[in-house]
Design a protein around this ligand. Structure first.
Ligand code: ATP
Ligand code: MG
Length: 613
């Protein structure tokens, strides 16, 4: 790995004063060995060759993530370390994970789960979650994680839409969220409860079973009959993931076993993972990041995954980075902004010298956060862009590549992206039967991807028309707007739904939010377009302040002036201070909710809104 270089975007509008490129040498060279030979390019065919596969061309994610290592050289390496507040840390080696996921697969089969059936978890990050995820895949069934803090109705909707056959959960969630709606879930045959306690108080109805009992019986059945992982076809469904619901009702994206080719290649190439690396992904497996990169990708690389079930807490997070000697850290802009809010001094109270690579996903990463990373971690934060639908990282700042703060990076090798001209409705439009790929480095268009990458979603569950509509003229349309500069770097502008049209200007919320974030008092910003008789829309910004800052009229005026200096005519005309901004539970600012509240419109689907404690 060479020098890490920060570059400034020459093409970006607005902004004062050029920041000089910053060069620094990473603290520690990556592990030496065949794995560490850094390829700068690959094809999907080559990437497929890095996996083992099963006889007859079969491919099963769980084989690549677990069995291959559990029965090989990495058997004794810790696969997952489970941290929990006020509870002892537990861990599973690859060998243990391989054995226990066999038992789980047998347990599911004994419960009647067959190839293609759907199995859900509603669990915190725990061994049972990992065992169910990987055991389901071994049994050839489809795994669907549910975010553990979902309320009753979001849980019911997803279980119903998924036609879920077996749910693994804990007794509290069962009692509060599932039992009351059980009679409305005809497909749900069995609920397995992980904390059913001692023999005396085990759930006894046929359909509600205790994890321990189920696993005990499966372990005996495994000894009698053995188990062989199901030889799934590469195009056979493996995962069902619901989107974050940022723009509306969540969609159920279906992924297949072949996705593991992309999970693995991106975990190596973009996250820089090698066997034995200590790696922490802060995303919950209830969202695609927590599965693709909290479970599958890093395990296929033979890394040690650290997982924590506690909620965000700045001091706890720094302690984990320090005490677990985390080398690669994958997190989200919201979390980084919360760390930034506590000041860089807090970071310096901890020894973070093990960190080698810090990566972000899920929302636009403000340039301010990239540079803050340099101060706090001694490393720039590397942004990655992808979606539930893409299943794996599509655009990335990867190690060794010059980072341009504010850019999402470059497309992964093997991925072709295009920035497409937009029609009157703001989305990529077809003219004379074709879309038009923009080649002007300043032009903003809809980000699109050529189908064919292995982790591409293969369906929106129960919504085939919506799936079909996502593909136009040989491109998958992402719904995000971006710009591709002359050097192949992509710059996020905003979601097509969130873009603001003001007096003939097209304004991306990200640019405005990032500019206001540069003000020392500001912690977080969400920007919307507010209808205006003259301009069409004006920009309104909702702002939360850093811990020691108090909202005032003079600060409001100062921020308006600050915005105008940086942004000129696209600056916010109105600024409102908020205690909290509405977020999805996966950590995204919900601009549609800010807008609905501002305009007094119906709030729409709220199943994924985070409720501040
Ligand atoms: P829904 O599709 O239900 O409205 P969602 O799009 O937020 O929700 P996800 O699939 O979890 O659901 O998120 C993907 C989206 O997150 C992307 O389309 C993009 O808008 C945003 N995103 C992810 N990474 C980045 C990034 N690095 N920079 C900017 N935006 C990002
Ligand atoms: Mg989306």
């Amino acid at each position: 790995m060479g020098e890490v270089v920060l570059e400034r975007d020459e093409g970006a509008g607005g902004g004062e004063g050029q920041r000089p490129p910053i060069a620094l040498t990473p603290r520690r060279a990556p592990l030496i060995g065949d794995w560490a030979v850094r390829r700068r390019t690959f094809t999907w065919r080559q990437a497929r060759g890095w996996l083992e596969g099963l006889p007859g061309g079969a491919l099963n994610i769980a084989h690549e993530a677990v069995d291959r290592h559990g029965r090989g050289d990495l058997a004794d390496v810790v696969a997952v370390r489970f941290l929990a507040r006020n509870e002892p840390t537990t861990e599973l080696t690859y060998a243990e994970l391989a054995r226990q996921t066999d038992v789980t697969a047998v347990a599911l089969q004994d419960l009647g789960v067959r190839r293609g059936d759907r199995v859900c978890t509603l669990l915190p990050r725990s061994p049972e979650l990992y065992l169910t995820a990987l055991g389901t895949l071994k049994a050839g069934a489809v795994y669907c994680p549910l975010f553990p803090a979902f309320g009753m109705e979001p849980v019911r909707q997803r279980l119903e839409l998924g036609g879920v056959r077996v749910l693994v959960t804990d007794s509290e969630s069962y009692a509060n969220k599932v039992a009351p709606v059980r009679d409305r879930l005809p497909d749900l045959q069995t609920v397995v409860v992980v904390d059913a306690g001692g023999a005396g108080d085990e759930p006894s109805t046929a359909e509600v079973m205790a994890w321990e009992t189920v696993m005990q019986e499966a372990s005996e059945s495994l000894q009698r009959n053995g188990f062989e992982i199901v030889s799934t076809r590469p195009d056979e469904p493996a995962l069902l993931h619901f989107t974050s619901g940022t723009t509306g009702r969540p969609k159920g994206a279906v992924h297949v076993h072949e996705a593991v080719v992309a999970h693995h290649a991106t975990a190596r190439f973009s996250l820089d993972l090698s066997p034995g690396d200590l790696y922490w992904c802060t995303a919950d497996p209830g969202w695609v990041t927590g599965t693709s990169y909290g479970i599958i990708g890093p395990l296929t690389c033979g890394a040690t995954v650290i997982t924590d079930s506690a909620d965000f807490d700045a001091k706890r997070w720094y302690s984990i980075l320090q005490d677990e000697k985390v080398e690669v850290f994958y997190t989200a802009p919201t979390a980084l902004r919360m760390l930034m809010r506590r000041g860089v001094e807090m970071a310096h109270d901890y020894d973070l010298s093990s960190l080698r690579h810090v990566v972000s996903v899920g929302e636009p990463l403000n340039p301010e956060a990239v540079l803050w990373g340099l101060e706090a971690f001694g490393l720039p934060v590397h942004d990655t862009w992808w979606q539930t639908e893409t299943g794996a990282i599509i655009v990335s700042n990867y190690p060794g590549m010059p980072v341009r703060p504010g850019s999402m990076g470059r497309p992964m090798p093997g991925v072709e992206v295009g920035v497409l001209e937009r029609g009157a409705d703001g989305r990529a439009g077809v003219v004379d039967g074709h879309v038009h790929v923009l080649d002007d480095p300043h032009a903003v268009g809809e980000l699109a991807i050529r189908p064919g990458w292995p982790s591409m979603f293969r369906d929106y569950l129960g919504e085939p028309e919506r799936y079909a509509k996502a593909f136009v003229d040989g491109w998958y349309l992402t719904g995000d707007l971006a710009r591709l500069d002359g050097d192949g770097y992509l710059w996020f502008v905003g979601r097509a739904d969130d873009v603001i049209k003001s007096a003939g200007h097209l304004i991306g919320p990200f640019e405005v939010e990032s500019a206001l974030m540069e003000h020392p008092a500001v912690a977080e910003v969400g920007v919307i377009g507010k209808p205006d008789p003259l301009a069409g829309e004006i920009v309104k910004a909702f702002v939360t302040l850093k811990a020691d800052m108090v909202p005032s009229e003079s600060l409001r005026r100062e921020l308006i002036t600050f915005g105008r200096k940086r942004l000129g005519s696209v600056a916010p005309r109105e600024i409102a201070f908020e205690e909290h901004l509405p977020h999805t539970r996966s950590g995204k600012v919900m601009r549609r909710l800010l807008k609905a509240r501002e305009l007094g419109l119906p709030e729409g689907d709220l199943s994924t809104v985070e409720r501040p404690a």
